[in-house]
Design a protein around this ligand. Structure first.
Ligand code: GLY
Ligand code: MN
Ligand code: MN
Length: 442
């Protein structure tokens, strides 16, 4: 049974919040289509996050129209029931199911969209839609508006404003509601099981692919939809490749393994990175580097307070990382010059935080009027400093070459101070050492 913590009432409450933001307008969203994997086979369907956030419906080819200006308020267009097609590609909810199970006030077969959309948008002051995201949706909405415009002398009234629905939805998704938070906690809990299993099974000679398989087995068997993004398992120098997803090397004694993996539950993402010694003990040099990243991680978390912002967090982490690197002789130019001239990018090329939610890199503005956005209670973000010293780095001592370390936690901003949602996954080096190699690889 897949884990779902979201009752129908949660989706209804989200629609009510969004309707209140529409200012007499209408919202049109598309759930997305099946995508080809090769020839005539497809990837498993994953709905558009905004569409799912408001409906809970996971079917390709569905359109939502939410109307603030008239009844019916919540309209769904779905694929019609089709006994023969359902034998091949699975059950369909159909218009009746869209009403009965998903609470639509009205539901129609998708084929009726072009005919019905003009009437549904007639009199709406604005249309909120993800303009440019889906060509078919753009065409349907623009045609509907054009038809209304041409029939204005018969009294039909086209919307005069098209607004980006991703902003409307993004603002709501930034502050996690009770159910979003429950889904996130479930995703993070399952992600944590995967990480602890990966640490316990780690030993020299195991393949990166075996750790990947174990993580994803834990995710799936515990009821997650699967991984929320491409699982990264990098041993040694592979950890210095930020988006390393090949996972096809062997894990070697004396090196570190970086795992960046998260489960998806109810279409909410966990996003956790841990770095573990493959042979069970950090070397002194590895431990020096690890302690710097851990100090930066803790500094960043402490700054994830209401009113702070992710630039402030990034800068605080950068200072800790640069001071650490300078102490190891890796920034001969000095800390201030490294910060000013961004010389640290040689070892730390990415940012420290992103929003986390239904998308692993979640919706919502990062800046408001070019100013970093102050953190509010209910925001969830990652804190993920790292240091990556490629095997080819001629400045680093031998013991640090081919070492990549990242420590990534998911943090909820609260009035009482940050809550680390990923606290159950060890990051203290002694706790990691105690766990590595403790169970056989299944
Ligand atoms: N796993 C993607 C990220 O950490 O941003
Ligand atoms: Mn992340
Ligand atoms: Mn990550």
């Amino acid at each position: 049974m897949l884990r779902s913590t979201t009752p129908a009432s949660a989706y209804a409450a989200r629609r009510a919040r969004i309707a209140a933001l529409l200012d007499g307008g209408a919202l049109v969203l598309y759930g997305g289509e099946l995508r080809t994997r090769s020839n005539d086979t497809e990837f498993r369907f994953r709905p558009d996050s905004d569409f799912h956030y408001l409906t809970g419906l996971r079917e390709p080819g569905a359109v939502l129209v939410l109307r603030a200006h008239a009844e019916p308020r919540f309209v769904l267009f779905v694929r019609p029931r089709d006994a023969e097609a359902e034998v091949w590609s699975g059950r369909r909810v159909g218009p009746e199911g869209a009403r009965d199970r998903f609470g639509a006030d009205a539901a129609y077969p998708l084929g009726e969209l072009a005919e019905r959309l003009p009437k549904l948008l007639d009199g709406a002051r604005s249309v909120h839609m993800p303009l440019g995201r889906w060509r078919t949706l753009d065409q349907a909405v623009l045609r509907a508006i054009d038809g209304l415009r041409r029939r204005n002398r018969w009294g039909e009234t086209p919307p005069e404003l098209v607004r980006d629905a991703r902003v409307t939805l993004g603002e709501d998704r930034m502050v996690k509601d009770e159910h979003a938070l429950a889904s996130l906690r479930a995703a993070i809990e399952i992600s944590g099981h995967g990480h602890r299993a990966a640490m316990a099974a780690l030993r020299p000679g195991v393949g990166e692919h075996q750790i990947e398989a174990l993580l994803e087995y834990e995710f799936r068997r515990r009821g997650a939809d699967g991984p929320a993004y491409g699982t990264i398992v990098g041993g040694g120098d592979n950890a210095c490749i930020l988006h390393y997803v090949d996972n096809d090397d062997v894990l070697r004694d004396g090196e570190l393994m970086l795992v960046d993996a998260g489960a998806e539950v109810d279409l909410f993402a966990g996003d956790i990175t841990r770095t573990s010694p493959i042979g069970g003990r950090f070397s002194a040099a590895q431990r020096d580097l690890y302690d710097i990243v851990l100090a930066a991680n803790r500094t960043g978390i402490a700054r994830a307070e209401v009113g702070s912002d992710i630039d402030t967090i990034h800068r605080a982490c950068l200072r800790v990382l640069c001071e650490g690197l300078a102490g190891l002789g890796l920034l001969p130019e000095g800390v201030d010059a490294a910060l000013e001239q961004e010389l640290y990018k040689r070892y730390y090329p990415h940012r420290t935080s992103h929003w986390l939610g239904a998308d692993v890199h979640d919706a919502g503005h990062y800046t408001l009027q070019r100013t970093p956005r102050p953190l509010q209670p209910g925001f969830v973000l990652t804190i993920e400093p790292g240091l990556y010293i490629p095997a080819t780095d001629d400045r680093a001592p031998a013991g640090l070459r081919g070492v990549g370390i990242r420590i990534e936690d998911d943090v909820l901003v609260r009035d009482g101070g940050p809550e680390v949602l990923t606290a159950s996954v060890p990051k203290d080096p002694a706790a990691i050492e105690a766990l590595v190699g403790q169970s056989p690889l299944p």
